[in-house]
Write a protein that binds this ligand. Structure first.
Ligand SMILES: Cc1cc2nc3c(=O)[nH]c(=O)nc-3n(C[C@H](O)[C@H](O)[C@H](O)COP(=O)(O)O)c2cc1C
Length: 200
């Protein structure tokens, strides 16, 4: 990694530390991200979701989603560059990064689904695709959802997928009374990150 200064390296490390904390701590600011993709009418579309894994060495961010959702179908249509944004008011750090996004292999993703409790499976269990029209306030789940045991929710595995973004462009902004700081990290896929300072 070529680094602008050790202070730049510190900010880079801090950004990844916050992501790693966000994965394991539901109350952490970086547990939730805003994920942006391009929809079928080529409009940007953002939504909040939970960060499930952050791998610094690989430069990857993972999330779980319904394979029928808008973000999922955009990948399958080749609009697979996604952007993630995190903000921590406590640490005064914004992390935003983008790159090509792909699906985790079916076997691994099915193992993750199998470990999900019933209430977590609900997000993948609607009878129609997320975002389809539905009559007045209907939650989209089978009518007997509340009575079902875990095995009766296994069908939702078909809708469950894990998205992995391989980041190639990252910016980290640190807000400070002494003056804000901003770095950009970029790389070719699977190559070394190059860091530079930007005017905040
Ligand atoms: C706090 C919060 C957490 C969410 N977590 C997820 C998540 O982990 N995965 C997911 O696909 N959607 C999650 N959602 C729902 C998404 O924001 C979005 O509504 C849904 O995925 C459909 O998105 P799409 O139709 O734009 O693809 C979450 C929403 C909120 C408000």
């Amino acid at each position: 990694m070529s680094l602008a200064t050790s202070e730049g390296e510190e900010l880079w490390k801090k950004g990844w530390e916050l992501l790693e904390r966000g994965v394991v701590d539901k109350k952490h600011d970086f547990n939730l991200a805003v994920l942006c993709s391009i929809n079928s009418t080529l409009h940007p579309r953002s939504r909040t979701l939970v960060l499930r894994k952050a791998l610094k060495a690989e430069g990857e961010l993972w999330c779980y989603t319904d394979k029928r959702s808008d973000k999922a179908t955009s990948i399958d249509a080749g609009r697979n560059i996604f952007s993630w944004t995190f903000w921590s008011p406590r640490h005064k750090i914004q992390f935003s990064g983008s790159g090509k996004t792909r699906w985790l292999g079916t076997e691994e993703s099915q193992q993750l689904f199998a470990a999900l409790p019933r209430h977590s499976r609900k997000a993948y269990a609607t009878l129609s695709a997320p975002g389809s029209s539905v009559a007045g306030g209907n939650r989209g789940l089978p009518a007997d959802w509340e009575e079902r045991d875990l095995s009766a929710t296994d069908y939702a595995a078909d809708n469950f997928g894990v998205l992995i973004t391989h980041l190639t462009e990252v910016e980290i902004l640190f807000l400070s009374r002494e003056g804000h700081q901003r770095i950009r990290a970029s790389r070719q896929p699977f190559r070394t990150w190059e860091l530079e300072w930007l005017v905040p």
